[in-house]
Write a protein that binds this ligand. Structure first.
Ligand code: MD3
Ligand code: FE
Length: 215
């Protein structure tokens, strides 16, 4: 394992992406072992699945959720549901490590008292991507979103308030955390097709956690 895997960002400064959007390089490193154990437990109870979009296309990313609500997508639209439609059971609970990390990162970015009630977990195999979109399915846009990148490096696309605004690009590495809120909360964003460069711990995949207040 390279020093980059362990210490990328432990020494790095926050990267400002917008007035209320910031990358915290390596911020998740102190929680890493607990995060990876928790992701394993969640994916055993609520399998990753490739959802369809209302446009009828299959997403290249596989998703699952934990918390009181989980994000689901189908031909009928996007929504948050208290049960996993795949199993008919409630989603697994939000792990304590997710909550601690989300609250610490939000606070570091200037958002006090963040109480997420869901975490969407995205799994990217090589080549998977996420087109430019806004996150509008949450009830209250005043809460920030905290995202945690695990595994293979991604190129994140950070656009503006119109789909046609040319996006800025930022690399997101294993252990990086990003916090978006306020006026940046509804900006278009996406992920460029994932390059096939295996990660020392997670192999040929990227896993992204997004902690949100949906209900
Ligand atoms: C910027 N996920 O799940 S996380 C998503 O890496 C999503 O899997 C991407 O976009 C991923 O909806 C990016 C970063 C993210 C999440 C929410 C945002 C960026 C955001 C909300 C507003 C602006
Ligand atoms: Fe999004």
């Amino acid at each position: 394992m390279s020093t980059q895997d362990l210490f990328h960002g432990a020494l790095a400064q926050p990267v400002v992406m917008g007035p209320q959007a910031v990358i915290l390089p390596g911020f998740a490193v102190p929680w890493m072992d607990r995060l990876l154990v928790a992701v394993e437990e969640i994916q055993a109870q609520a399998l990753f699945r490739q959802m369809s979009t209302p446009g009828g296309r299959r997403m290249s990313v596989s998703t699952t959720s934990c918390g009181e609500l989980g994000w689901v997508s189908s031909e009928h639209g996007y929504r948050y549901s208290p049960v996993d439609p795949h199993s008919g059971r409630p989603w697994p609970g939000l792990p304590e490590a997710f909550l601690e990390l989300a609250r610490a990162a939000a606070s570091e970015a200037g958002f006090a008292d963040f109480h997420p009630d869901t975490c969407l977990i995205n799994r990217y195999p090589p080549g998977a991507r996420m087109g430019l979109h806004q996150d509008r399915d949450e009830r209250d846009f005043s809460a920030p979103i905290v995202s945690v990148s695990l595994g293979m490096t991604a190129t994140f696309l950070f656009g503006g308030h119109r789909r046609s605004d040319r996006p800025a690009r930022a690399r997101l590495y294993h252990g990086d955390v990003v916090v978006w809120g306020g006026e940046d909360r509804l900006r278009y964003h996406g992920v460029a097709p994932l390059l096939d460069a295996p990660h020392a711990l997670l192999g040929r995949q990227r896993i992204n956690l997004t902690l949100r207040r949906a209900g």
